[in-house]
Design a protein. Structure first.
Length: 167
């Protein structure tokens, strides 16, 4: 093996170890916070948060970013990185449109007086939508790192977006 191949193998091992450590640390922090939450909050409210609000949050992120995440790196006929950057920034307007639509849907069509049963449900929906917006703001950087083949940067971007967002 040449020195370039050794360097590449070493970088891949370090990247995988870093990715594993970041996921492990974040899962441990999540476990600790969930333990504290379960001790201090009613289980009905936890059920609403884990089912309705998390579904709202993950649906927003999935529909807003996965289509561009899967298709932008596969485009081969774009000759300049600036064209990729212009395309990458489309994810934020898509996210805002879908968040607005789903926020109206979850509050006015699906609600069936849930605000009377669970206080601050509307505010919680707004906060989850805001967290999705914050996480979507990191997506252009993630896609740019993917297009430029800087995959080690993606680990940091995902980790920071998850911590700042809420996931």
């Amino acid at each position: 093996m040449s020195s370039n191949e050794n360097l590449l193998v070493s970088l891949m091992k370090n990247e995988n170890i870093l990715n594993l450590n970041c996921k492990l640390i974040f899962r441990l922090i999540n476990l600790i916070f969930n333990g504290l939450i379960i001790r201090n909050i009613n289980l009905n409210i936890i059920g609403i948060a884990n089912i309705r609000l998390e579904l709202f949050y993950t649906t927003i992120l999935f529909i807003s970013r996965e289509s561009l995440r899967r298709n932008i790196p596969k485009i081969n006929n774009i000759y300049s990185i600036y064209h990729y950057i212009n395309l990458i920034w489309l994810i934020i307007p898509f996210g805002f449109i879908f968040i607005s639509f789903s926020f109206l849907l979850i509050l006015f069509i699906q609600s069936n007086n849930i605000d009377k049963l669970i206080p601050y449900y509307n505010q919680a929906c707004f906060m989850y939508g805001l967290a999705a917006i914050i996480e979507l703001l990191s997506e252009p950087l993630y896609l740019l790192a993917t297009v430029t083949h800087n995959s080690h940067i993606n680990i940091y971007i995902e980790f920071i977006a998850s911590i700042i967002g809420m996931n």
